[in-house]
Design a protein around this ligand. Structure first.
Ligand SMILES: CC(C)(COP(=O)(O)OP(=O)(O)OC[C@H]1O[C@@H](n2cnc3c(N)ncnc32)[C@H](O)[C@@H]1OP(=O)(O)O)[C@@H](O)C(=O)NCCC(=O)NCCS
Length: 270
C-alpha cells in the first residue's frame, strides 16, 4: 500500500517536503473498505479530514494506469490527465496556509481516476451522457457525448490551442475508445453565458471559445465569481472585491446593478 502511494507520489512530482508525512499517513491507511463502496469518492468528499482523499487518489492512480494501459494509451497523456491531483493537493495545502496535506476536489478526481476524463493539450475531454437534451440537435439527455472542460493551467487559452486540443481529441477517442461513438461536444460552463458577450472583446479567448458552441439553455449561477475571484466568493462579498481585469470589473458592476449571470449549456458538432 505505502509503496503504491509513494510510487505515484514520485511519479506525479509531489513536493519532497511532504514525503515524510505522506509516508507516515499511508502506513495506517487501509483502502479496502473504500474499495468495497459503491461511490468511495462521494464518501470521502463528506469527510472532514482531507488526507484520506489524497492517499486514496494516489493509490487509485495505479488502477487508472493499468486499465488505461490495456488500451495502450500513452504515458504522457495519462500523466497529464493525473496532473490535476497535484494541482488540487497544492491548492488544499495553500488554502490551509501550508498546514495540512490532502485534497478537496475528490469528486472530480474520481471521474478522472475512473478513466472518464483525459487531458489533451489545452482542454480536458470527458466521456459522458449528455446533461441536457436538445430537440434541434437530435440529442437526448444521457446520449453519449464528449463534455469539454477548461483547466485553468496549461498555457494561453487561444483559439489555436483549443483547435489543437480538439484535433488531439479526434485522434484520441477513435484510437483508444473505438467503441465510443459521439456526434457532439458539450460544455456546461460560466464561460458560455451569453451575458459575457457584453463584457468581452470579440477577439478575447473566452468570446471565441464560447462562439464555437450553440447555447441551448442556462441556469442562474454565480460560478463566474468562483472562477474570477476564487473558490468561496459569493454575492455577499461583492463590496469587498477588488476587480482588476476588465472581465472582473464588468461582472462586479453588472451584479451590483442587480444583473444576473448564468451557467450555460451548449453543443458543438464533432
Ligand atoms: C478560461 C480562462 C483561461 C480564460 O482566460 P483568458 O484567456 O484570459 O480569457 P480572455 O482572453 O477572454 O480574457 C478577457 C479578459 O478577462 C480576464 N479574465 C479571463 N478569465 C479570468 C479569470 N479567471 N480571472 C480574472 N480575469 C479573467 C482577462 O484577464 C482579460 O482581461 P483584460 O481585458 O483586463 O486583459 C480563464 O478564465 C481561466 O483560467 N478560468 C478558470 C478555468 C475555468 O473557468 N474553467 C471552466 C469551469 S466551468
Amino acid at each position: 500500500m505505502k509503496q503504491l502511494i509513494m510510487k505515484w507520489f514520485d511519479l506525479l512530482n509531489l513536493p519532497e517536503e511532504w514525503k515524510e508525512e505522506i509516508e507516515r499517513a499511508s502506513e495506517s491507511f487501509d483502502p479496502t473498505p473504500l474499495d468495497g463502496m459503491k461511490d468511495p469518492y462521494l464518501y470521502l468528499n463528506e469527510g472532514e479530514d482531507k488526507m484520506p482523499c489524497l492517499l486514496y487518489s494516489l493509490y487509485k492512480c495505479e488502477d487508472f494506469y493499468n486499465t488505461a494501459k490495456k488500451r495502450d494509451i500513452p504515458d504522457d497523456i495519462l500523466l497529464a490527465s493525473l496532473s490535476e491531483l497535484k494541482r488540487y493537493a497544492l491548492e488544499y495545502n495553500k488554502i490551509t496556509n501550508g498546514e495540512k496535506l490532502g485534497l478537496k476536489q475528490i469528486n472530480w478526481l474520481g471521474k478522472i481516476l475512473c478513466g472518464n476524463i483525459y487531458r489533451l493539450g489545452r482542454l480536458e475531454f470527458e466521456i459522458r451522457g449528455s446533461l441536457k437534451s436538445s430537440e434541434k440537435h437530435g440529442v437526448n439527455a444521457g446520449d453519449p457525448v464528449i463534455a469539454v472542460h477548461i483547466p485553468n493551467n496549461g498555457g494561453p487559452f487561444t483559439e489555436e490551442a483549443c483547435k489543437e486540443a480538439y484535433k488531439l481529441c479526434e485522434e484520441f477517442f477513435p484510437k483508444y475508445f473505438p467503441e465510443y461513438q459521439y456526434e457532439y461536444y458539450t460544455c456546461n460552463s460560466w464561460l458560455l453565458d451569453p451575458t459575457l458577450k457584453n463584457f468581452l472583446k470579440p477577439e478575447s479567448n473566452i468570446y471565441k471559445f464560447a462562439a464555437t458552441f450553440e447555447v441551448t439553455e442556462g441556469r442562474e449561477s454565480t460560478d463566474a465569481l468562483t472562477y474570477l475571484f476564487g473558490r468561496g466568493t459569493e454575492l455577499k462579498d461583492l463590496d469587498t472585491l477588488t476587480p482588476e481585469t476588465s472581465l472582473q470589473k464588468h461582472v462586479v458592476e453588472h451584479l451590483k446593478n442587480g444583473g444576473k449571470l448564468y451557467s450555460s449549456f451548449g453543443l458543438k458538432k464533432k
